[in-house]
Design a protein around this ligand. Structure first.
Ligand code: E4P
Length: 215
């Protein structure tokens, strides 16, 4: 799930459908988490709720700083995945982390070429942003398909993590294409529950049951 909100993470965990959590600096800011200690504590709290990977994004943009910050983040919990924004320094950092056994998520990916470089450097996950591409009249889902094909062609083990997922059709299309992972806010995941025929069908079942009970 794509959030830093502890209540939403607990709700999805209690539904039994949560595999992991992705965060980003905007999502952390939305929860009002400021200051290094609070940020670290918040990631730890997320890791205590979900038994799965938790992407924690670096704020640093230079190689040396990313290494330092990434190692600190990785020390929080064994399920932390260090999330780094696509750049030349990040590719170098991903290579370093992968050689050290620290798992990474290369984020802000908007092209197949970027995804190819992330995989070559040894990223654990690559995060193409579907919704933000759709927002600029570019087919975000086509990029997911392109990356899945490229990784299959060359046997890359980097997992395609479809991000910036905005509605249920994005979720279904990701599943049809075979994205390894999909991250979305709780609201989008809960939309998958809904169908008007389910609602009317249940109303009829309950009404029929009530009629017989009255006799
Ligand atoms: C998650 O990894 C991304 O940071 C997130 O999905 C971006 O979503 P947005 O485009 O809705 O902000």
């Amino acid at each position: 799930m794509d959030t830093a909100n502890l209540a939403d993470i607990k709700e999805a965990q209690e539904m039994g459908i949560l595999d992991g959590v992705t965060t980003n600096p905007s999502l952390m800011a939305k929860e009002g988490i400021t200051g290094k200690d609070n940020v670290m504590r918040h990631y730890k709290q997320i890791c205590e709720i979900v038994q799965g990977d938790v992407s924690a994004e670096v704020i640093s943009t230079t190689y040396d700083e990313m290494i330092k910050e990434g190692e600190e983040l990785a020390d929080i919990d064994e399920n932390i995945v260090v999330k780094v924004p696509m750049s030349g320094d990040s590719i170098k950092a991903i290579k370093y982390f992968s050689e050290k056994g620290i798992r990474t998520n290369c984020t802000l990916v908007f092209s197949a070429g970027q995804a190819l470089l992330a995989a070559k450097a040894g990223a654990t996950y690559v995060s193409p942003f579907v919704g933000r591409l759709d927002d600029i009249s570019t087919d975000g889902m086509a990029l997911i398909e392109q990356i899945v094909n490229i990784y299959t062609n060359y046997g890359y083990t980097t997992e395609v993590l479809a991000a910036s997922v905005r509605h249920p059709m994005h979720v279904i299309q990701c599943a049809e294409i075979g994205a390894d992972v999909m991250t979305a806010p709780l609201g989008v995941i809960k939309m998958l529950l809904n169908h008007p025929l389910t609602d009317s069908g249940l109303a009829k079942f309950l009404a029929d049951h009530a009629k017989v009970e009255k006799k």
